[in-house]
Design a protein around this ligand. Structure first.
Ligand SMILES: Nc1ncnc2c1ncn2[C@@H]1O[C@H](COP(=O)(O)OP(=O)(O)OP(=O)(O)O)[C@@H](O)[C@H]1O
Length: 850
């Protein structure tokens, strides 16, 4: 092969670079025997460095620069450098920015006609009476203050009817006064009003419903209700089984009584208390108050609480406390925290390092996208805590010679359901099998979906379930807004988003999309409209992802446009608004997305563009709200949407061009990467060949298949549309109530029989135990790496059930009790036995201290 590679790339449409660090004439030859004739290698490396710096450098990315350039061109057009249509178009483009075109002269007051029209539109209207009440209360100097209109426009919807009726009513009663009582806006509404209506949320009652006027959707609607009730019955049964499984049931209570109200009463060591104080954590959050004492006892925990409720510290604090009493003579990886995304792992490490500021505990971060070699070197020093993403961790387990989990004492799986969704089940199983069975395991998530059950059975022993809030509940101070997008109006989504970002939610706003391409398109569009947006998704390098987050965190970017990679766990202070460009595929994901705001007791708002297919999800969202007036309907005047739609249309060619250029960039980057690899191979051939061959846990194809399956399973378990769930559950979704009743009975029978088999297995277990006492313990005591039985519903599971009964489930330990017992719990001898198995070393140490 003889290939000339000409790196004469004109990346910006600018003159080719001829500066010293980049040779535009650069060429290199590849030949048959292994790329040996590389010429000008110094020039190439310099060129590569330049490209990379420009991609992640301080002046913004290549795309940023291109967007800025295009925008400058638009400005120039608007100032009269160009004529005719172009001028007209750019005038429109500049609307609202107060910067360019004919508006430039009057930029200070941004007084284009459209702006004025919008100002008028923002008046507050009592939409029941139809009267305008804005003059009295709204701040005339702040035309975009839509919150003012929300306050004045609050009306309860459709008294006496439930939410379903409201949705149906909106279908039939378009226009007129009755329409103001519907959840959604009507197409007939052409007024310049931007209304926000609170939606009244009521508990579903069992009383028979008043007959409603039949509509085309009625059958579907009644089926949905039937489905919901049958599901809830099954859920109750499933709950009963869970109650048997988990060690304690009364941990579900919202009641704070009996739980420590201060970190000082938790028997924590001084360095930990100092760390907490430094972070201004004065009082434990409910999940912390419940989890920390339990974790200090060495118990396995399955913890759930709403987003932003402090789950990270709930497991980090007891970990640190325990590590204070480790043996310094034998350094080892004693704690492993697994997180689903790199960003979450990095964030978790930051929190842990801050909390450990006054201790000597060491950490190592092992995530993909960061140099493997550096991590290997750090692991060789045997840090106390490893915080990792599953894929990279497996890589280290398999390929880093000195890394072992043999001495692991605590395993934490944060956002376990997300890891399963990402298809990491096999990885997690492998990791769990590599950990000693005597470890303590903690599993946390805001949404503990059913698909986690297998993982719980596989990895936790007699876990204590600590569910502070309902797993389907949104944060307390979150106001959820919905904007209806009618089926034939789907194409208006970008215009609606632009209207929201330009006028209403102008800063500290995260916008979620389903695809990476959508993120990029809308980011370009917002950029061309003068908004400062950055993006976060899996197509970016880790450096670029981190940079986007930093810019958004520091307030240098007002909008973070993201895929679901940012939906979980990210804790960014001061996020005011989360916008869902589309409803996510499942409700758990919705809760995580909107959970990026209203964190740690602060207020926040989510705005979701809800299509016709999202009704069920909408209903779940209504149920997830915790207080009155926390769910609202936002109505954006069609005239305004139309204006933004036209504006977008004019910008589309620019967007397309930028996307194409971006695509070319990526291809160049890919080619560049391959050449780098080749250069490395030439330079370090001998060393590379001498290395032991890497083993991979899965091939790329297997990984992709696993991920697809994980997503499908996950959606099946948490999908309001229920299709895959119904497929799983066989007869669960049936067209009429008679069949439904029959199906429910069958389901109940099936559940009863599985309960019976559990009980009988339990009995067998007891008998076995009688013959071979401590069988389980002895299995683990032989070596650190005793493998647990992989179970679906069998040995491990029944084993755990046995132990639940034995340990005296439901006894809530107080800090004092735990201190006295040295980790043995309240139940004297039995508790002591358990504590031994859980390696309550830290607590024994704790006792010694006192
Ligand atoms: N005891 C406390 N007092 C005050 N603030 C706290 C306390 N505990 C945690 N926080 C703060 O609450 C915020 C949310 O915490 P964290 O990220 O741990 O929540 P989370 O429950 O893990 O959220 P998610 O489910 O979204 O991952 C953080 O900014 C953290 O600093």
């Amino acid at each position: 092969m003889d290939l000339d590679y000409d790196l004469n790339v004109n990346l910006d449409g600018e003159e080719p670079q001829t500066s010293g660090d980049m040779n535009p004439e650069f060429a290199m030859d590849f030949d048959n025997d292994g790329f040996s004739n590389l010429r000008h290698s110094a020039d190439f490396i310099a060129a590569r460095r330049t490209l990379r710096n420009r991609a992640v450098g301080g002046e913004g990315t290549l795309l940023d620069q291109r967007i800025a350039k295009r925008r400058a061109q638009l400005k120039r057009k608007a100032t009269g450098n160009l004529e005719g249509d172009d001028v007209e178009s750019s005038e429109d483009d500049s609307e609202g920015d107060g910067e360019v075109g004919q508006t430039q002269a009057t930029a200070a007051d941004a007084s284009s006609d459209e702006e004025l029209a919008d100002r008028e539109a923002d008046q507050v209207v009592d939409f029941v009476s139809g009267s305008d009440s804005s003059d009295d209360d709204s701040d005339a100097s702040d035309p975009d203050d839509e919150d003012a209109s929300e306050l004045d426009g609050e009306v309860e919807l459709a008294d006496g009817s439930d939410f379903d009726d409201e949705v149906e009513a909106s279908e039939d009663e378009r226009g007129g006064v009755s329409d103001t009582n519907s959840l959604y806006d009507s197409d007939a509404d052409d007024t310049e009003l931007d209304l926000v209506r609170p939606v009244k949320v009521r508990a579903r009652s069992n009383a028979p419903k008043a007959p409603t006027t039949p509509t085309g959707d009625d059958e579907e609607s009644s089926d949905e209700d039937d489905d919901t009730s049958s599901e809830s019955e099954l859920d109750e049964e499933a709950e009963a089984i869970k109650r048997e499984y988990f060690a304690s049931d009364n941990e579900n209570s919202d009641d704070d009584e009996g739980y420590p109200q201060s970190f000082n009463t938790m028997n924590l060591s001084r360095p930990i208390l100092k760390g907490l104080t430094q972070l201004n954590f004065t009082k434990p959050t409910p999940i912390q108050a419940r989890s920390i004492p339990m974790a200090l006892l060495g118990k396995d925990i399955c913890g759930g609480a709403v987003t932003g409720s402090g789950k990270t510290a709930a497991f980090i604090v007891p970990i640190l406390e325990r590590l204070l009493f480790r043996s310094r003579k034998n350094p080892a990886v004693r704690v492993l925290v697994i997180c689903p995304t790199r960003e979450l792992a990095i964030q978790c490490q930051n929190v842990a390092v801050k909390l450990a500021a006054f201790t000597d505990v060491t950490f190592c971060l092992c995530v993909g996208g960061l140099p493997m070699k550096k991590q290997e070197a750090e692991l060789r020093l045997r840090p106390d805590v490893v915080i990792a993403t599953p894929g990279r961790l497996i890589d280290h387990v398999r390929n880093s010679p000195s890394f072992t989990l043999d001495l692991l004492e605590i395993l934490v799986m944060d956002e376990a359901d997300r890891m399963l969704e990402e298809g990491f089940k096999a990885e997690l199983t492998e990791i769990i099998n590599n950990c000693p069975r005597t470890r303590q395991t903690m599993l946390f998530s805001a949404t503990m979906t059913d698909n986690v059950n297998d993982l719980i059975r596989l990895s936790l022993q007699r876990p204590v379930r600590i569910q502070v809030d309902s797993a389907k509940q949104a944060a307390r101070n979150l106001v959820q807004e919905f904007i209806r997008v009618r089926a034939h109006r789907e194409a208006d989504r970008p215009a609606i988003l632009l209207a929201l970002c330009k006028r209403t939610y102008q800063r500290k706003c995260i916008v979620f999309f389903r695809s990476k391409r959508a993120v990029r398109e809308m980011r370009i569009l917002l950029g061309l409209c003068g908004l400062n947006a950055v993006e976060l998704h899996g197509n970016l390098s880790q450096e670029q992802r981190m940079r986007s987050l930093e810019l958004f965190r520091d307030g240098e970017a007002d909008f973070l446009m993201a895929t679901d990679v940012a939906a979980r766990g990210l804790d960014i202070k001061g996020v005011e608004t989360v916008i869902n460009f589309n409803m996510p595929h499942n409700f758990a994901q919705y809760l995580h997305r909107v959970g990026r705001t209203a964190r740690a007791g602060t207020e926040g708002r989510s705005v979701t563009l809800a299509g016709e297919a999202d009704r069920k999800m909408l209903r779940l969202a209504l149920k997830s709200s915790t207080g009155p007036n926390q769910v609202r309907n936002r109505v954006i005047p069609p005239a305004r949407i139309e204006r933004y739609r036209q504006r977008i249309e004019k910008l589309l060619p620019q967007v397309e061009e930028l996307l194409e250029e971006d695509q070319t960039d990526r291809m160049v980057a890919k080619a560049e990467m391959m050449v780098t690899k080749a250069a490395n191979l030439i330079e370090h051939e001998a060393e590379i060949k001498a290395r032991p061959r890497k083993t991979w846990f899965q091939t790329n194809g297997e990984r992709a298949a696993e991920k697809a399956k994980g997503k499908e399973d996950y959606n099946a378990k948490f999908d309001p549309h229920g299709k895959s769930k119904r497929k799983d559950a066989g007869e669960r979704k049936l067209p009429n109530s008679r069949k439904r009743r029959k199906a429910t009975d069958e389901d109940k029978k099936a559940l009863r029989s599985s309960m019976a088999s559990i009980k009988s297995a339990k009995r067998t277990q007891w008998e076995d135990r009688g013959k071979a006492p401590g069988a389980r313990a002895s299995a683990g005591s032989g070596g650190a790496k005793g493998k647990r039985a992989k179970s679906s519903f069998s040995p491990g599971f029944t084993n755990d059930l046995t132990n639940v009964t034995k340990m005296g489930a439901g006894k809530r330990p107080t800090a004092a009790a735990s201190a006295k017992s040295g980790g043995a719990g309240k139940k004297g001898g039995k508790g002591q036995q358990n504590a031994g198995k859980f390696k309550g070393k830290a607590h024994k140490g704790g006792k010694g201290r006192k």
